[in-house]
Design a protein around this ligand. Structure first.
Ligand code: OMP
Length: 256
């Protein structure tokens, strides 16, 4: 159930990679090779590539994962959200340019903003529901009604809509932060067996055991990025990342 997040921050790279052409790809490739037998998915975060003008290295990385580890899905973490015509372009970017198997999207603009991704049969559409950051509560906790008199918070409404209306082709997953196990349990209750992407263990301090229990040990992809990527910033970074990934995977498995 471990998903390794690929958030390559060049300032944290070992000296031997600093200033090298293709350093981002090379760093991620080492991490992928060191952890591939321990993961259920890899999740590259697009901002780390785009901010460094390294989209070509993201393309290369996803193609490398597909070629060497074809059984491991790649989740492109892009958190897109826009009107349908623009979302169509983002869907082309995620699924045709980058060849991702799934993409994270923001549901704030509603169902039509997610439809272009859903039109790619077999691709995963991973919808933000109860995010891991403290400020997530600013909006996601607000009460809503839908006319039936039933009051629920925004994140519960997203979960309910995903479970009852939006997931027409079985492609949807939801993001729920490991930092909020109570809400993981509520979302699990609403959506049944739908897969959940759960970031927030490791650097953000989420509790692995509480996360697995709240998710009922079913269809979970539990993401850790920085704690694994930068377990060491020295030349032994890949070895250290493997050790940390093993430790995390074992902690997840002990909690199952
Ligand atoms: O969609 C996500 O992946 C995501 C959603 C969320 O609620 N919280 C969250 O941290 N993430 C992403 O998950 C990763 C977490 O990284 P670490 O905190 O370093 O493990 C980052 O790439 C975040 O952008």
């Amino acid at each position: 159930m471990l998903c390794v997040g690929l958030d390559p921050d060049q300032q944290k790279f070992p000296l031997s990679l600093q200033g090298q052409a293709n350093a981002i790809f090379t760093f991620c490739r080492y991490i992928v090779d060191a952890t591939a037998d321990l993961v259920c998915a890899f999740k590259p975060q697009i901002a780390y590539f785009a901010s460094a003008r390294a989209e070509d290295q993201l393309e290369k990385l996803i193609s490398y994962i597909h070629r060497h580890y074809p059984h491991i899905p790649v989740i492109l973490d892009a958190k897109r959200g826009d009107i349908g015509s623009t979302a169509s372009q983002y869907a082309i970017e995620a699924f045709e340019r980058y060849q991702a198997d799934a993409v994270t999207v923001n549901p704030y603009m509603g169902f039509d903003s997610m439809e272009p991704y859903l039109s790619y049969a077999g691709k995963g559409v991973i919808v933000l529901c109860r995010t891991s950051n403290p400020g997530g509560s600013d909006i996601q906790f607000l009460p809503t009604t839908d006319g039936s008199g039933e009051v629920m918070s925004v994140y519960e409404r997203v979960a309910k809509s995903a479970a009852t209306k939006w997931n027409t082709n079985g492609q949807m997953c939801l993001v729920v932060g490991a930092t909020f196990p109570e809400e993981i349990a509520k979302v699990r209750e609403i959506v049944g067996d739908m897969p959940l992407l759960i970031p927030g263990i490791g650097a953000q301090g989420g509790d692995v055991q509480a996360t697995v229990k709240a998710g009922r040990n079913k269809n979970l992809m539990i993401n850790s990025s920085r704690a694994i990527l930068y377990a060491s910033q020295g030349e032994d970074f890949a070895e250290a990342a493997r050790k940390e990934a093993l430790k995390t995977r074992d902690a997840i498995n002990r909690a199952r």
